[in-house]
Design a protein around this ligand. Structure first.
Ligand code: SAH
Length: 484
């Protein structure tokens, strides 16, 4: 660590500034905000510094003292109570001399834009006192520091304090209107996440106040909740969208199923109620009608309900059926897309789903049996230059591969099975239509699994990038059926 960051209490302590121009002015303003006693030594002063001096005198405040003189060592010696010296003239040698004198007297020394001759440097500051963020690169990367500062500025909106006092002035009225704590919380969360907060952050306080009063008048005490149908992606929590995360953080109740990974579920608001509605082997699943009804009931009770699904809710997710029921009951809902297993698994396995040389289209197909029969449109599936992605295909894998061969696809067409794609436990098995079922039967991969068929699979060996030591230990089987 090159520098130790500290926060310096300067109240009533003396700072000596050498220099009277614009650069000095900036530093003077800063240390004045921290209520320091400031003595400035300069031959000339810029108008702003003179104005600051005049203002102080008029206020009867003597925090600022201007000495019009060329700097000499005796000036510094005359103020032994100085805690820090700032050299801010445009004469580099003079600045360095000032710093030498300061350091000889064991005072902190800052030479503007010359960190090598300073014992302390000023950070970039985001000030929301009492919250402060100080950022520094030790002078190495000022542009990076500026970028970071902008990020922090936007993370901590300047109007946050104003929004707080506005909320304070409405607190009693909101309490009177909503006797139920959960309703009050929901009301305030909508205020803090919505346009009212935005107006306060933009310093439009009157407009913020008007909107808040209007919202209070128009929100009925018995509020209908809302349902968010959210795609949780294939497993890796980094693949969630910002919107999914935001809504998961606001939810009162979360209904989730088997495909939602524990890491994703972990990102749900801590005190939300979590309800599992998936199936486990041999268990009696919650029926779809039952789930649809639960969503309606919880929303009618005024809850914000997240229906969290693996992958994308509109791809083999029965998302359409769930929101149909909501629409019939007039319950407001939103749908948040997620990364579907085909995209997630293909990317993390290194199999591009389309490729100029191999496949100009891609099909997502369900391999699930209906009444024990697989009703697939075989003639279309065996057309050239396409990639086939089978969801829910593990148990029917042999039938699928054999069906494709029987309908005319070359048995040497590359094929892969990806198990638990995008997670740490991801496994990839590659072969061709003829060999893959046998490879998979041996390996007994854990669900969920996805099958990809097509020439794009041949690129996998070259394009695999997702490091997965665990699956290597268990054996990733390559195209030639060798354990790597
Ligand atoms: N809505 C989901 C799909 C639900 S159907 C989506 O868009 O991804 C369930 C099937 O999805 C599983 O049987 C499996 O084929 C596939 N699947 C989901 N997550 C997967 C994963 N992490 N790895 C491999 N396959 C997955």
């Amino acid at each position: 660590m090159d520098y130790l960051p500290l926060f310096h209490d300067l109240k009533g302590r003396r700072i000596l500034v050498v220099g009277g121009g614009e650069i000095a002015l900036r530093k003077v303003r800063l240390v004045q905000e921290a209520s320091a006693l400031i003595t400035i030594i300069a031959k000339d002063y810029c108008p702003d510094l003179l104005a600051m001096d005049a203002k102080d005198t008029a206020d009867g405040c003597n925090g600022l003292e201007l000495i019009t003189d060329a700097y000499e060592h005796r000036h510094l010696l005359a103020y032994p109570d100085t805690v820090m010296v700032i050299a801010a003239t445009n004469d580099r040698d003079l600045n360095r001399l000032v710093s030498e004198h300061a350091q000889a007297a064991n005072m902190l020394s800052n030479v503007v834009d010359d960190p090598g001759f300073s014992t302390v440097i000023f950070p970039s500051i985001v000030d929301r006192s009492p919250i402060q963020v100080a950022i520094s690169s030790g002078g190495d990367a000022p542009v990076l520091v500026r970028l970071l500062r902008t990020r922090f500025e936007s993370l901590l909106p300047a109007g946050m304090a104003k929004l707080g006092s506005l909320a304070g002035s409405f607190r009693e009225r909101v309490k009177t209107k909503f006797s139920n704590g959960a309703d009050r919380k929901a009301f305030w969360e909508e205020v803090f996440y919505g346009p009212i907060a935005e107006q306060a952050y933009a310093n439009n306080l009157e407009e913020a106040e008007r909107l808040l009063a209007e919202k209070l008048d128009n929100t009925s005490e018995f509020k209908t909740g809302e349902v968010y149908l959210v795609g949780g992606g294939p497993g890796d929590p980094d693949l969630l969208t910002f919107k999914a995360l935001r809504l998961m953080q606001q939810a009162d109740i979360v209904l989730y199923d088997r495909l939602v990974s524990p890491e994703v579920l972990n990102l749900v608001r801590r005190d939300a109620t979590r309800i599992y509605v998936g199936k486990t082997a041999g268990d009696h699943p919650v029926t779809q009608a039952n789930i649809n009804q639960k969503l309606v009931d919880y929303a009618l009770d005024g809850n914000r309900v997240v229906r969290l699904k693996g992958g994308d809710p509109f791809i083999f997710g029965r998302g359409g059926e769930e929101i149909e029921t909501l629409a019939e009951h007039g319950i407001p809902f939103q749908v948040v897309p997620g990364i579907t297993a085909a995209s997630g698994c293909a990317s993390y396995a290194g199999i591009p789903l389309t490729h100029r040389d191999h496949a100009q289209s891609v099909r997502f197909i369900t391999g699930h049996m209906r009444g024990g029969k697989r009703d697939l449109n075989w003639p279309e599936l065996v057309l050239p230059n396409q990639t086939l992605v089978f969801y829910m295909g593990l148990s029917g894998m042999e039938t699928i591969c054999q069906g494709l061969i029987d309908h005319g696809l070359d048995m040497a067409t590359p094929a892969a099975l990806i198990a638990q794609g995008t997670t740490d436990a991801q496994q990839i098995f590659t072969g061709d239509l003829n060999s893959l079922p046998g490879i998979v039967r041996e390996a007994r991969p854990k669900a969920p699994t996805l099958i990809i068929v097509g020439h794009v699979v041949s690129l996998q060996a070259k394009l695999a990038w997702f490091n997965n030591p665990e699956s290597k230990l268990e054996g990733v089987i390559n195209k030639d059926n060798e354990i790597q």
